[in-house]
Design a protein around this ligand. Structure first.
Ligand SMILES: [Mn+2]
Length: 348
């Protein structure tokens, strides 16, 4: 897409700009908001995340959306290779401001969609290197990535890159499953093992890890013992039923402290009633209001990256699962450090 088209869609400054004395394109930090539907109909325009400008680099961005269209790490239903596309498609509905928290992310941060990682669909392990190197690049400029998955395998190489820059990080892991298996069929890399690999490589600050939403049937009765032994805080879905999670998130904020924190949100943490389009659904899950409470409860933490994984469009032809995912990514953007907030609601 021509740069002037990006700028026209954004309705703001041109970028990247051509330096008058240079043959090279020079990227400059500029703010860009999604287009209003007064100037561009929601069904029009290039389908980037929220129809934000598309850029080929994370340079000079505070945050970027990036897709990883991968599903060859799945254990049951495939289809998450189509996740980023459908999340982008459903994201065109999302507007500029957070209606409840009053977050104004596009007035606070330079944000764009930098496209997808060039995955290898024929060699899962090769993607570990491909994704890690891609994220080294993103992080080298100080940009905070918001990733659209993709199956949960992708969080392992993302955290390799994150930990190289920040050291071991805190983790808010929202999921129906703990994803800490050691191996399956003799393979160490798949979507059930990312956090085991992260602990193996000391990528996590284990006292600052929350796993929330866990449930469903297990392969053995002591399945969660390994996580607890590492020092993780485990909150099973049953302990979330019928209540607000805002008080819990205040405790989690204390647990996380001022250090860097990564958010990894598996859409299967939600009940299949809210998000059926996923590979390993489990009944009795979280509600969408609880998902909002968890993410909004991360405000004030030093969030250095986020992902939303496991959206599998073939299993939800309504698009609702991707719509939920797109909105949760917007909510994550709204709690990044540096986001300004307007006046809070007057009436509770
Ligand atoms: Mn998962």
């Amino acid at each position: 897409m021509a740069n002037w088209v990006c700028a026209a869609i954004a309705g703001r400054n041109l970028f990247p700009v051509q330096h008058p004395f240079s043959l090279f394109t020079r990227f400059v930090k500029t703010f860009a908001a999604p287009p209003s539907n007064s100037t561009l109909a929601r069904c029009a325009g290039i389908t980037s995340m929220m129809r934000l400008p598309v850029r080929g680099t994370a340079q000079e961005l505070d945050a970027c959306f990036v897709g990883i269209p991968l599903d060859i790490g799945t254990s049951n239903r495939p289809g998450t290779r189509f996740g980023p596309r459908q999340i982008r498609n459903e994201s065109v509905l999302i507007r500029h401001y957070n209606s409840y928290t009053r977050a104004a992310p596009f007035e606070s941060l330079a944000v764009a969609d930098i496209g997808d990682v060039a995955v290898n669909l024929y060699n899962l392990k090769d993607n570990i290197r491909i994704i890690r190197e891609f994220y080294h690049n993103i992080l080298s400029s100080g940009c905070r990535p918001l990733t659209m998955g993709g199956d949960h395998t992708i969080t392992y190489p993302i955290l390799q890159a994150i930990a190289k820059k920040y050291g071991p990080v805190g983790l808010v892991h929202v999921d129906a499953h703990d994803d800490t298996s050691d191996s399956v069929a003799g393979e160490k890399v798949y979507h059930g093992s990312p956090f085991r690999r992260c602990v193996d490589e000391k990528l996590l600050d284990c006292k600052r890890v929350l796993q929330i939403g866990l449930r469903g049937s297990l392969a053995n009765s002591h399945n969660y013992d390994w996580s607890i032994k590492q020092g993780f805080r485990i909150v099973q879905a049953e302990h979330c039923w019928y209540k607000s999670l805002a008080p819990l998130m205040e405790e989690v904020a204390t647990q996380m402290g001022p250090g860097p924190v990564y958010i990894s949100f598996d859409i299967d943490a939600l009940d299949p009633a809210f998000a059926p389009g996923t590979g390993t659904p489990e009944i009795g899950g979280l509600t969408t209001p609880q998902a909002l409470e968890i993410i909004r409860g991360c405000r004030g933490m030093n969030i250095i990256g986020c992902d939303l994984v496991e959206v599998s469009p073939p299993y939800d032809t309504t698009g609702n699962t991707a719509l939920v995912g797109a909105n949760l990514l917007f909510e994550m953007l709204c709690v990044l450090p540096g986001v300004k907030y307007g006046n809070l609601p007057l009436n509770k």
